[in-house]
Design a protein around this ligand. Structure first.
Ligand code: DGP
Length: 111
């Protein structure tokens, strides 16, 4: 399988991990949409968050634990967490990942 996030998780593509736990890693988004834009990624490969919830629910819990830890470390006042699911919703990497966004006013409804 030619999955870019599997290659980052395995170390085949070197990355600086901002968080590493038993089932999850986090690293900066290549194309940041806010001053803080971190991707929180399960080590196991699942196409999207819903599949992850069935295949590796512990990883889904750890993703939100990592989000809280990263937000606390950065003393973020508030932050947004997003799972894009499907190309129509903007998903471009089909390995589940949570976007953690902060550091600017985040409009609602989202674009
Ligand atoms: P999504 O569009 O929700 O599937 O988000 C995928 C994100 O992944 C997008 O914001 C850009 C980021 N991205 C894609 N390739 C790489 C990469 O090789 N390294 C890093 N750090 N981020 C990447």
């Amino acid at each position: 399988m030619n999955c870019i996030f599997c290659k980052i998780v395995s170390g085949e593509i070197p990355s600086k991990f901002l968080y590493e736990g038993e089932r999850v890693v986090a690293f900066e988004d290549l194309n940041p949409q806010a001053p803080t834009h971190i991707l929180i990624v399960p080590k196991s490969h699942h196409e999207n968050a819903a599949d992850l919830s069935l295949g590796d629910p512990s990883a889904l819990l750890e993703i939100f634990k990592a989000a809280k830890q990263l937000a606390n470390e950065r003393e973020l006042e508030g932050y947004r967490t997003v799972f894009n699911t499907g190309a129509a919703a903007g998903q471009s990497v089909f390995h589940a990942h949570l976007h953690l966004l902060a550091g600017r006013a985040l409009g609602w409804p989202p674009g």
